[in-house]
Design a protein around this ligand. Structure first.
Ligand SMILES: Nc1nc2c(ncn2[C@@H]2O[C@H](COP(=O)(O)OP(=O)(O)O)[C@@H](O)[C@H]2O)c(=O)[nH]1
Ligand SMILES: [Mg+2]
Length: 247
């Protein structure tokens, strides 16, 4: 294990996780954050994919950060394992970037997001965004799960698509609010700059809280009880992805 600096040392950058199912817009959201913040903050990004570096390549192509500040961790296993159970490769990647480009203000970690219940361990990130989208269905927010209920910020993304997929984004946000007990929700669309402002403001505020030493990383909790990696006796199982969210 690498010797990790304390998760509460405020002198190091804020480590921000972005999780959520494939296609909900995580890489796009990260590119937008880089575009909006990289002129004021020193930033770097770590992406997680199982066998490819596609997310990293997408972000490099977006030309929002110097390419060497975007690194891919090829997990070789389910990304949900790499962001929660065995975070070592990710921690190494984050710490390497922090050393190479010191002093950084913000390191964003994207999870490969194979699963609706994958969340980051607080050993890896200080705060986390969970991202769902209206195209995934209006009932997703209401059904809950650890990320939806307890991530530091829930993004209900692609609200511009609402009319096209028969989903009312406002209702989805209201449903999310009711399972989150007051934790923040941002309705986001890349086509609506005001919603991007809201996202950017949340990140700035979270960074400020971190820098003042008063951010306490919280754990949204593990995956659903039928977790793929261990049964209740701690035995390893083959991974399968027949389940997509908590029961
Ligand atoms: N209509 C719409 N499409 C979006 C928005 N954000 C992202 N997308 C599209 O959603 C698709 C998946 O985005 P991506 O960021 O790769 O998702 P990821 O798999 O979660 O990283 C891409 O085609 C994006 O252009 C949005 O706000 N509105
Ligand atoms: Mg992506």
């Amino acid at each position: 294990m690498p010797e990790s600096r304390s998760a509460t040392t405020p002198s190091r950058p804020l480590r921000l996780g972005v999780a959520g199912p494939v296609g909900t817009g995580k890489s796009t959201l990260i590119a937008t954050l880089c575009r909006r913040l990289a002129s004021q903050l020193e930033m770097a990004v770590v992406t997680n994919d199982i066998y490819t570096d596609e997310d990293a390549r997408l972000l490099r192509a977006a030309n929002v950060l110097p390419v060497e500040r975007i690194v891919a961790v090829e997990t070789g296993a389910c990304p949900h394992t790499a962001i929660r159970d065995d975070v070592t490769p990710n921690l190494l990647a984050v710490e390497d970037l922090e050393d190479k480009f010191a002093p950084l203000d913000l390191v964003i970690v994207e999870s490969g997001g194979d699963n609706l219940t994958a969340t980051f361990s607080p050993a890896l990130v200080d705060a986390q965004i969970f991202c769902i989208d209206v195209a995934g269905g209006g009932d997703v927010a209401r059904k809950g799960g650890p990320g939806i209920e307890r991530a530091d910020l829930l993004v209900v993304n692609k609200t511009d698509l609402g009319p096209h997929v028969g989903v009312d984004p406002a209702q989805m946000v209201a449903d999310a609010g009711s399972v989150r007990g007051g934790l923040p929700v941002v309705a986001l669309s890349q086509r609506d700059e005001a919603t991007v402002d809201e996202l950017v403001n949340w990140v700035r505020q979270t960074l400020h809280t971190h820098q003042s030493g008063s951010l306490t990383p919280t754990d949204p909790g593990p995956m659903a009880p039928h977790s793929h990696s261990h049964d209740e006796h701690g035995h390893d199982h083959d991974h399968s992805h027949t389940h997509d969210h908590a029961h």
